[in-house]
Design a protein around this ligand. Structure first.
Ligand code: NAP
Length: 284
């Protein structure tokens, strides 16, 4: 009897592999790359993410700047802060932790980041390069997912992929990268009529809706590859994704767990992007 074995796509394994590559490249540099992270407000989840990024910089021998600003920071003050990081020759990458407080216009802030330091590929200049497949780096979460799939020898070319969610930071760039990898992509969102009809027939499903345990076994088939981008804290303090993981664990062909899936890989890609930006800017 053949047992059905589900492959776990561990972001942690892929992240560790990427860190080895980063450490190798860093050794050959005459400088240490520097990442600046700006957090406006006291959102606890954002504080945790920023803390993890700064800690990782230290582990890799990167320099970092942690800029914490109060919730009531004005848009003008934030723009000024970004401008000074743009002009700071030591800083290679600038990451503004999203979401920003409601009174700040996100697009205005993002466009102020020097494209040479746009480590999460959000400015229209770098997003345009991504669209034209002329990019040197891609947004951290979706490009991390592509690497995870490659690391686990999951073919994308010729496959049907469904992406749930069309955010600028995850869903939309994810759909572009999958399409560039040769997949046929369907992008679903809150106005999509019958999501299950799409996910049920797809080879690869990327779920980034930001709704706890939104999809389950009945949305997939046993050969599905499921990437769960969501991250939520339950009332008991445990973490869950956008997918009911215990339902799919022994059913689908492969899935990324929460935690230890997309999360660690996103941070690794951020470090990778920062290293690439530093080389592009400093090594002529
Ligand atoms: P977002 O900006 O809130 O976007 C959510 C997307 O899902 C939107 O496009 C929305 O559609 C769509 N959506 C919402 N409700 C839906 C529904 N009922 N049916 C179908 N589509 C629906 O979120 P995000 O920034 O992309 O993040 C998504 C999730 O990933 C969040 O849980 C976030 O915490 C997590 N995340 C994790 C990492 C990581 O490193 N692990 C990184 C980034 C994000 P409309 O456009 O029509 O509104």
């Amino acid at each position: 009897v053949l047992l059905h074995m589900t492959l776990q796509l561990l972001g942690k394994t892929s992240a560790d592999k990427l860190y080895l590559q980063i450490q190798k490249e860093v050794k050959e540099l005459s400088y240490s790359p520097c990442l600046a992270v700006i957090l406006v407000g006291e959102d606890p989840a954002s504080q945790v993410y920023v803390g993890k990024k700064i800690k990782k910089c230290a582990e890799l021998g990167f320099q970092s700047r942690k800029i914490l600003l109060p919730e009531d920071t004005s848009e003008a003050a934030l723009l000024k802060q970004i401008q000074s990081l743009n002009e700071d020759s030591e800083v290679d990458g600038i990451l503004v932790q999203l979401p920003l407080p409601k009174h700040i216009h996100e697009a205005t802030i993002i466009e102020c980041i020097d494209a040479k330091k746009d480590v999460d590929v959000l400015t229209s200049r770098l997003a345009g390069k991504l669209m034209h497949n002329e990019h040197q780096i891609a947004p951290c979460t979706p490009s991390g997912i592509i690497r995870m799939l490659e690391d686990h020898d999951i073919q994308m070319e010729g496959k049907d992929a469904v992406v749930l969610g069309r955010s600028k930071i995850v869903g939309l760039p994810m759909s572009l990268l999958l399409q560039q990898a040769g997949a046929t992509v369907t992008l679903c969102h809150s106005k999509t009529k019958d999501i299950r009809s799409h996910t049920k027939r797809a080879d690869i499903v990327i779920v980034a809706v930001g709704k706890p345990e939104f999809l389950g076994k009945e949305d997939f088939h046993k050969n599905s590859v499921v990437i769960d981008v969501g991250i939520h804290r339950r009332e008991d303090g445990s973490l869950c994704g956008d997918v009911r993981q215990e339902e799919i664990r022994d059913y689908v062909a492969a899935y990324s767990p929460v935690p230890k899936g997309v999360g660690p890989m996103t941070i690794a890609m951020l470090m990778w992007n920062n290293l690439q930006l530093s080389k592009l800017r400093r090594i002529k």
